[in-house]
Design a protein around this ligand. Structure first.
Ligand code: C5P
Length: 246
């Protein structure tokens, strides 16, 4: 006799979990997308995959009904940024901009009257910490929190829709700017998993409690022997944390 379907066999999904497709080929990327099925609706395409597969893969993901976070951390002269934004295809939900006020303003101009893609400003890579910031900026007194706060304020003033932020800075940004922006958080590591190169990693629960709207997870799922099991555990944890917060 077939078991009664009490819903337990239906996988949960999470609209606010983004999987980073950091693979070397379209085949591997699409295999994971197929494996995860309805669980995941947004995929991040960054340099590793984009350099090999380009916008063709982005369009394929869109054709599969997925939204795409196009993480090309774009930084260039304003005219080029505006032109690039005009060329972003339908279905791209987020793009990342690496620059200040003028760069964000140029991206907005390129987006025109469309409401997508949302323009995210990069605050500071989660693989770097305050010592790295000081070395990079050649300023021994610079505080990471202060840098991120000023940077975020300028980005909002320029019209960015959100920021990519990690670690403690998520809490600072949410506290300072309230709901005026979307916070997308990479550097997510479930309890007990390797942090890889992240100096400022957070668990899904912590990132959501700090105020993240979206979580980006790559290697814990893409390199797992049991990607579905890890994804399901993260989905359950994230959904519980969002439910407890919202
Ligand atoms: O594998 P992992 O979960 O560390 O993947 C994180 C993803 O988020 C990578 O694709 C990386 O390019 C991106 N990232 C980012 N900004 C950060 C940290 C990671 O865009 N501060």
């Amino acid at each position: 006799m077939a078991p009664e379907n009490n819903g337990e066999n239906t996988p949960q999904s999470c609209e606010r979990l983004i999987i980073a497709l950091d693979f070397d080929s379209k085949e591997k990327a699409l295999a994971l997308v197929e494996l995860l099925g309805e669980r995941i609706g947004i995929y991040k395409v960054g340099y590793q995959l984009f350099m090999r597969e380009g916008m063709g893969l982005v369009r394929e993901l869109v054709a599969l009904g997925k939204k795409v976070f196009l993480d090309l951390k774009m930084g260039d002269i304003d005219r080029t940024i505006a032109a690039a934004l005009r060329a972003v295809p339908e279905g791209v939900e987020f793009v990342t901009i690496n620059g200040g006020k003028a760069t964000v303003a140029a991206a907005r101009e390129g987006r025109g009257k469309r409401d997508r893609p949302l323009i995210l400003s990069l605050t500071f890579l989660s693989s770097l910490d305050q010592d790295d910031l000081r070395a990079l900026m050649m300023n021994e007194n610079l505080e990471l929190d202060e840098y991120i706060r000023v940077f975020t304020r300028r980005s909002i003033e320029a019209g960015c829709d959100g920021v990519v932020a990690s670690g403690e800075s998520i809490r600072e940004i949410r506290h300072e700017f309230g709901n005026r922006l979307v916070i997308v958080a990479p550097g997510i590591r479930p309890e007990g998993k390797t942090r890889n190169d992240h100096k400022r990693a957070l668990t899904p629960t912590m990132a959501i409690q700090y105020g993240a709207d979206y979580l980006v997870v790559g290697r814990p799922i893409t390199e797992a022997n049991n990607s579905i099991g890890v994804a399901d555990a993260i989905i359950r944890e994230a959904n519980a944390a969002f439910a407890g917060r919202d």
